[in-house]
Design a protein around this ligand. Sequence first.
Ligand code: HEM
Length: 509
Amino acid sequence: NYDDRTPAANQLLLYSNKHEDNTDVITTSGGDPVGMKTASETVGYHGPTLMQDWILLDELAHFSRERIPERVVHAKGAGAFGYFEVTHDITRYTAATVFSNIGKKTPIAVRFSQVAGERGYPDTYRDIRGFAIKFYAEDGIWDLVGNNSPIFFVNDAINFPSFIHALKRNPVTNIRPDYDAFFDFVSLRAESTHMVLMMFTDRGIPASYRQMHGYGANTFSFINAKGEFFYCKFHYLSDQGVASLTQADADRIAGVVPDYHVEDLYNAIESGKYPSWTFYVQIMTPQQAAANKYDPFDDTKVWLHGDYPLIPVGRFVLNKNPSNYFADVEQMAYNVANIIPGIDFSPDRMLQGRTFNYADTHRYRLGVNNTQLAVNAPPSMIHNFNRDGFATIKSQGGAPNYFPNSFNGPRNDPRAKALYPSIPLSAHTQRTDNGSEDNFTQAGLLWTRVLKEDEKQRTIDNMVNWLKQTNKVIAERAIRNFDQVDISLGSRLRQSLQLQFHLTTQVEL
Ligand code: HEM
C-alpha cells in the first residue's frame, strides 16, 4: 500500500502512474533508437566487447562525467520555485521593478543549504543555513544570497577563505570539524564572537528549511525614482514560525534520515503545504549611517530594530519542486552581483568581495555560459557583447558583438543610468583591519536580552560539546572572548568545560 508513503518516497510510482501510455523508446544521447539495452556487443558469447558498441561507450563516458565540482561552500541543499508578491508600497525608497506596485508578482527560485558540508552531508549537523532567492524580475535577475542568520562571522572578504578553511576539513586528516582550527580562528578574530554565539543557540539546527528565517545580512542600497538613495537590509521571516531540533534529536536523525530537510521541503510542496515567508526591509539614510554608533557596513552586527524598524514589503511562496535536482538546483547559480536598477551595493567589505566571487566560482563550476542555463536565465534576453565559449546555447540573433556599432545593436539603458547611486567619496587608500571594533556589545544583547534561561543552558552545552574537543589553550582564549560578551557567559562556559575535562581527560583549564 503506497497511500501512507510520502510524495518523495512515491516519486517513481507517481511518474509511472502519469505515464501509463508511454510509448517512448530508449535512445543514445544522439537520439538514435536502441534495440537491446542490457547487453554489450561482443564477439560471440565470451568474446571481447566491440569498439563499435557506441551504446555502451556513450553511457560509460557520460557516467564518468556526471559530477561537476560541487560548490566550495553550501554544497548540500535543496531548491524550490514560487513567487514573490508585493503587499506594501516601498516606492519611496526604491524604484526596483520587483517592488513597483502592490499585488505585483515576480517568479522566484530559492535554494536552501548547509555552509560547511559536502553534497552528501547530513542535514541536521550544527551549521548556518544558506537561504538564497533568485528573482526573475522583468528587467533582469536579482539574486539575494542570504543565510538564516542576520550576521556573519567575519566582516572583510579577505578573511572569508581562512574562516572557511578553519570550518571545513583538516587538509591532512580530512576530518571535520577540526575543533582546534575552528576555535583558533574565531578566537583570534573576535568579530566572529556574535555569530559563533548564535551558531550554538537553537538557531544552529533548524527543524526544517521551512521553519527558519532568512536575512540578506550584508548592507545594500536602494535608489528611488527621484535618484535618492538609502542603505537597506533584507529580512524574510517564516510564516511557519521558527523551530529547532535539540542536539540529541539532530544527532539521531543524522544517522537515520540524513536528507531530513530536503525530504521535508519536497514533501511539503508536493502535498500542497506551500511554505511562505514575509519580506521586510530595514532602511538607514546616508545621514543616519554617518552618525550611527556602530559601523552599518559591518556584517557581524545587526541594525537594532528599535532604531531601524522592520518595514513590511511582501511575501513569497514556494509552490513548485524542481523537475530534476541537477538541472534545476545543482546548476542554479546565485550571483550577488546580479542586481536590478533601484537596488545597489554598499561599502560593506564582505559584500564588495562577494560581488566578485560568485560569478568567478560559477565560471569554474558551471562554465562561462552558466547564465544561459534555463534556471539562471533572465526572463528578458541577455544582450551584450560576450559570445561563444563552452556550451553556448543562445546566439543573440546575429546582433553586433562589439560596441559601439552602427548596426542597431543593444544600447545603454537610460533608466539604469538614472538609478545609479553616485556616492561622494574621498580618502587615502589604506588597509585597516576592522576586526577590533566593538565586537561584544551586540553579542551581549543576544545573551542577556534575547536568550531565555533554557536556551542559554542549551547554548552552553552545545558550545562545550565542541570546546571540550579543542586544545585547552585555544579553548581558554575562546572563552576569554565570551567573558567580554557577558561575565556570566564566560564563567558558565569555563565551569561546564572544567567539568567536561575532568570527566574526560582530567585536564584543568
Ligand atoms: C555560496 C563565497 C559570504 C551566503 C557561496 C559560494 C561561494 C561563496 C564561492 C559558492 C557559490 C556556487 O558555487 O554557486 C563567499 C564569499 C563571501 C561569502 C567570498 C565573503 C566575502 C557570504 C555571506 C552570506 C553567504 C555573508 C550570507 C549572508 C551564501 C549562500 C550560498 C553561498 C546562501 C549558496 C548559494 C546557493 O544556494 O547556490 N559563497 N560567500 N555568503 N554563499 Fe557565500
